[in-house]
Structures are given as C-alpha cells and as structure tokens.
Design a protein. Sequence first.
Length: 236
Amino acid sequence: MPFVAKEPRQGRSGRTRLEVSRSASSRQQKTSVANPERSRLYSTFIPAYDAVWPLFVRRRLRRSIQELGICPGSLVLEVGIGTGLSMPAYPQSAQVIGIDLSSEMLCQAKQKIRREGWQHISVQEMNAESLKFADQAFDFVTAFHVVSVVSDPRSMMLEIARVLKPGGKALVINHFRSEIPWVAKVVDRADPLTRHLGWRTNINHEDVFADLPFELRVKSSPLSLFTILQATKKYI
Ligand SMILES: C[S@@+](CC[C@H](N)C(=O)[O-])C[C@H]1O[C@@H](n2cnc3c(N)ncnc32)[C@H](O)[C@@H]1O
C-alpha cells in the first residue's frame, strides 16, 4: 500500500494556523459523542483484549513504526498506549513515553516493561486531550486505534500538534469512516453498538486533521479496515 500525499482540508475561512483550529468547536461537537473510552474493554475485559487484538494489528504496528525512521536519541510519545502492544517495535536507542487514561491497561504495559527490562520505555496515566508536556517537546508522536476511542478526537490531535517539534512526525493508525458511500452508511448503523463496545466507526480523518499544521501522507486500502496517516508538522 503506497502513501498518498494530502493537504489537510482548510477551514471555510482558509486559515490554517493551529490557533484557528482551537476555535473549531462545531467540528469538535460533531466528533464528540458518547464515551467509548469508558468501555469495560479497557478495564474488566483486558485479558480478552490482549488475547485477540494483537492478531489483527501487531504486524501493521511494527511495520509502520519501522517506516517512521526513528533516529537514535529521539524522544517519542505514544498516546493511548494501552497494554503496550507496540512497545517491542520501538528502537532501544530512542526514549519512549507512553500515556493512557486507563490505569488497568497501563498495569499490563508496566508488567511487560519490567519483564523485558526495557529502560527506554516508561508509561504514565494521562489524558490525551490535555497532555502535561511542554510545547514542541517530542520528535515523534504515535497514536494507534485511539482517535475513535477518545471523547474528543480534535482535542487530542491539537495536543499532538502542540507537543510535536516542527519537522517532527505523527503516526496515526485508525479505523476511519469509509470513503465508499454505501459502506459508510451501513457501518454508521453499527456506531451506537460499537460505542458501547469501546470505539466509534463514523469519524472522517479529514475532520480530525482539518486546519492542523501537518503535511499528510495517507495509506489506505479497500481491503483494510485501517488507515495509516503519517503527518509531518510544518514549520510555521
Ligand atoms: C483500542 S485501545 C488501543 C490501545 C493501543 N494503542 C493498541 O493499539 O493496542 C484505545 C486506548 O485508548 C485509551 N484512551 C481512551 N481515551 C483516552 C484519553 N482521553 N487519553 C488517553 N488514553 C485514552 C484507552 O484507555 C485504551 O487503552
């Protein structure tokens, strides 16, 4: 699947600065719905999650992280790291901080870190929608299967853009709303159900990335449920 370059969609005013995005409340409301992040999938049912989910996503995560080309000494943030499925893919020459809202998911990640003796990875409880990191602190930010779980995906992307250095890269992998109208319509019907299970199905990546200072490269395939977005932060 090759990457396709895409300009983030502009707001009606044609303004592209991050500050403008902060006032895009109508779009935020559109993507803010009930709370999939409260699903018991991310607390009570973690053993089931950890047994099944890796079978579908592990290889894609590894390949996509490798393609990022993380250089030695880089500082990497992963938002919504969950049980730490992606952790083995990060080079040990980088420093990785993972955050998640669920202490139960993080408990699994911490066990893996201890078991493997990884000195280059640490995790902490934090909300991806209000990160406690300084502006432009990270060289890379990754977010896997989180956009459709957080209560406000726009806030999360604004935070990712804020903490990323200019020229830094964000890697987002997620299930987004299909661009094929009839598939999108059918899947939209499942949204109320999947929200209870722990994720949404009706998010457009254009809405989530609109007005953000990113150069976007998008990889998708009609045969895959997941879209891979590599977003390089522009120098503005
Ligand atoms: C589908 S899981 C994905 C976990 C991991 N990235 C993976 O691919 O296996 C979604 C994760 O997002 C976390 N999450 C949801 N809302 C969040 C928020 N506002 N801030 C941080 N993490 C959040 C959940 O606790 C859960 O661990």
